[in-house]
Design a protein around this ligand. Structure first.
Ligand code: ADP
Ligand code: ADP
Length: 228
């Protein structure tokens, strides 16, 4: 079974100012297989975030359907981990407390939370920073916390919306390499939104290119095929 199945998904927004409908996504079909690292590539405004937010369950689908692990998406759920551009860390919690926050909500005992968090802290390269607070972290480190927090719940799919876009160029390249290394250890299904061709080529096992007005999806480009 595919990790994500998008069938004839259409998204129409109500444009309040111009008092008319905006067709943001026109009949998108996409299959994301398990362990694909799919980069959703396209220029700004073509509907990448809209599509990701529909998979996340933050936005409704105007028509069509989206299945995650065979189950229709009806709203947000723990089977989909999100990594945002701004990792929205809680400033009063340390690195490990931020990463393990959802386990606390689930009533997991502190020692078990600490142990579980450590696995992901080590995986994303934050060893030694467990007890730091968010205001003591660089942008790249905050980004690692966001990734660790999403991985910890072991979701069926991870959805990333330009997570490195706010970083400086050098840190962005470092984090791209870091993410590739994490993925070699962790595996799992990822949909990664980017407007950067370079980023998509570094990270993706497949690239889906979006075109604009309205947003449409071209053919999937598998990157493991040799060029003719
Ligand atoms: P991208 O992520 O590729 O930059 P978006 O998904 O953010 O594109 O936006 C796609 C289109 O939908 C744009 O024309 C944008 O203005 C419009 N749009 C996005 N969100 C809303 C919204 N909440 N209400 C109305 N229009 C929106
Ligand atoms: P236990 O799970 O052992 O019952 P608590 O949940 O009461 O422990 O938290 C013990 C201490 O951990 C608190 O005094 C608090 O300062 C700190 N703490 C706060 N938030 C978190 C968090 N999200 N995860 C882990 N520890 C936290």
């Amino acid at each position: 079974m595919a990790a994500i199945e998008i069938r004839n998904a259409v998204k129409i927004y109500q444009d309040q100012q111009r008092k008319r409908d905006l067709l943001a996504l026109d009949t998108v079909n996409l299959t994301v297989e398990k362990n694909d690292f799919l980069c959703l590539l396209g220029p700004s405004g073509c509907g990448k975030s809209t599509l990701l937010n529909m998979i996340a369950g933050f936005e409704s689908v105007s028509s069509g359907e989206i299945l995650v692990d065979g189950k229709p998406v009806t709203g947000p759920g723990a089977d989909r981990g999100m990594v945002f551009q701004q990792p929205t860390l809680m400033p009063w919690l340390t690195v490990w407390e931020n990463i393990a926050f959802h386990l606390k909500l689930r009533g997991v005992h502190k020692a078990a939370r600490r142990e579980e968090a450590q696995l992901y802290i080590d995986m994303v390269g934050l060893t030694g920073f467990e007890n730091h607070y968010p205001n003591e972290l660089s942008g790249g480190m905050a980004s690692r916390v966001g990734i660790a927090r999403a991985l910890l719940l072991n979701p069926a799919v991870i959805l990333m919306d330009e997570p490195f876009a706010a970083l400086d160029a050098q840190t962005r390249m470092d984090m791209q390499e870091e993410l590739v290394a994490i993925w070699q250890k962790h595996q799992g299904t990822v949909v990664f939104v980017t407007h950067s061709v370079e980023e998509a080529l570094v990270l993706g096992t497949k690239i889906a290119v979006m075109s604009c007005r309205p947003g449409r999806l071209g053919e999937l480009i598998p990157l493991d095929l040799p060029y003719p």
